[in-house]
Design a protein around this ligand. Structure first.
Ligand code: UDX
Length: 457
């Protein structure tokens, strides 16, 4: 079993560290945030991720997962070092790689044996070369032996443990036979395809994959806008496209646009990188632009129903950027609330997991915003209710009760997850995305004779 250290216990680092410990490797988790280390030492994860707490406790109980804020000690005791620090965008959208550089310098100072340095963070192509150069320039140990590998992560929040343990593929950007041998041994028991490439290609695979998925989402959102104009149904369009194996149905879910810590940042960074290289990245910038204005699709619907949003009470259900996470980074729900506050609306909001994070993020808004304890309190006396996150529990709400509690019965379903027919029967003015506008038309469009039928023979 290998001795690993994972530097940076954010999302990717925590999942990587706890999963490798689960696979019986000895793992040291390193983070300079001492408070985080203290909490983790008590078994408390820094964020919500299904299954993570159990893995942390398992690793701590069997002694395979230890924690420290001392990076020097951790590197000295490890053969493989995973770099999982943040690569946030700077003001031009380019990745700020200062944390990766800092870790490279720490590694350079502690080359007491052969080290395999694994890039896990999402980085622009060419970063591994920079890591190597930094180590070469700053290491006091001339001639120290080390290799750099790029092993990008493809973890989805909410499903990260499963994605780690049963990935679609493993990508390894490798430049030495020793590195190849160590990495193949590390992933020996994984059953998926393993693609071995040069390092720069592996770096590019990560950026290109995320940019492509983001492009699918912006594309379907653009088609959803067209659907609304011609009274077509986006779900059926996506189904019809998705049956084509060259296209696939996944990531053709129209809605409020993508959020989270990856897509918005990665598409900007990829476009910025292309720009620096003199490659025309208009396509990528357009993907980002379409996404940035998704929020207006919701605002337009609110104005269509309420006419004026100023002084209206809007209930917003869903603050996390998607279900099964408490992450609010680049969350459409948060963006909507800011916009509504700007327009003079009062907002009551609720999220099953992300309320605490949202309170911190939106503390500057003050009075026009209140955080409810449950969805029913959020909708009391509301003029409209907007669903911004696809939490499954939202589909199981008692809409009859909600109808009674609201001042005017307007629902905007930003995730196309509710049953239009049922809601219109209850008297709601129901708007969804790309399935034609409210005012009764929706109910006609969505009667069963319009539902997609697939003939088996
Ligand atoms: C993503 C990538 O999937 C993962 O491989 C990468 O390593 C990290 O970034 P994540 O950000 O956790 O993962 O979420 P994901 O499930 O991919 O969804 C991203 C965003 O797209 C969410 O806001 C989601 O709501 C939105 N989305 C997704 C859509 O709007 N429509 C879809 O059809 C799918």
């Amino acid at each position: 079993m290998a001795n690993l250290c994972v530097v940076g216990l954010g999302y990717v680092g925590m999942v990587t560290a706890s999963c490798f410990a689960h696979l019986r490797h000895n793992v040291i988790g390193v983070d300079k945030d001492e408070r985080k280390i203290e909490l983790l030492a008590k078994g408390i994860p820094p964020f919500f991720e299904p299954g993570l707490e159990e893995l942390i406790k398992e690793g701590q109980n069997n002694g395979r997962f230890s924690l420290t804020s001392d990076i020097n000690e951790a590197i000295c005791q490890s053969d493989i070092i995973f770099i999982c620090v943040g690569t946030p965008p700077d003001k031009n959208g380019q990745s700020d790689l200062s944390q990766v550089e800092e870790v490279s310098r720490s590694i350079a100072r502690n080359l007491n044996s052969h080290k395999l340095i694994v890039e896990k963070s999402t980085v622009p192509a060419g970063t591994a070369e920079r890591i190597k150069q930094t180590i070469k320039i700053t290491s006091p140990n001339i001639g120290a032996s080390y290799s750099v590998v790029c092993n990008p992560e493809f973890l989805r929040e909410g499903k990260a443990i499963t994605d780690f343990l049963s990935p679609d593929r493993i990508v390894l950007g490798i430049e030495s036979s020793k590195a190849r041998q160590i990495m193949q041994e590390l992933y020996r028991d994984f059953k998926c395809p393993v693609l071995v490439t040069d390092i720069t290609t592996a770096e590019l695979i990560k950026h290109a994959s995320n940019a492509f998925l983001a492009m699918k989402i912006s594309f379907i959102n653009l088609v959803a806008d067209i659907c609304e104009k011609v009274y077509a149904d986006i779900n059926s369009v996506a189904d019809g496209m998705g049956f084509d194996r060259r296209i696939g149905r996944e990531f053709l879910g129209a809605g409020t646009g993508y959020g989270g810590s990856c897509f918005p940042k990665d598409i900007k960074s990829f476009a910025a990188m292309a720009g620096v290289l003199g490659v025309d990245a208009t396509l990528l910038k357009e993907v980002d632009r379409i996404n940035e204005k998704r929020i207006f699709s919701i605002i337009n619907k609110l104005e269509d129903a309420l006419w004026v949003c100023k002084n209206k009470v809007i209930a917003v259900l869903g603050l996390a950027f998607k279900d099964d996470t408490d992450d609010i980074r680049e969350s459409p729900g948060i963006k909507l609330i800011r916009k509504l506050a700007e327009m003079g609306s009062r907002v009551n909001c609720f999220d099953p997991k992300a309320t605490n994070n949202a309170k911190i993020e939106l503390h500057d808004l003050g009075y026009p915003l209140t955080f409810a304890e449950n969805p029913y309190d959020a909708v009391r006396e509301a003029d409209a209710l907007v669903f911004m996150t696809n939490w499954p529990e939202f589909t199981r709400l008692d809409f009859q009760e909600i109808r009674q509690l609201m001042r005017t019965p307007v629902i905007i379903d930003g995730r196309n997850m509710l049953r239009a027919e049922e809601l219109t029967k209850l008297g709601f003015w129901y708007y969804d995305i790309g399935r034609c506008r409210g005012k009764g038309k929706t109910s006609v469009m969505q009667q069963s004779f319009f539902d997609m039928t697939v003939w088996e023979d």
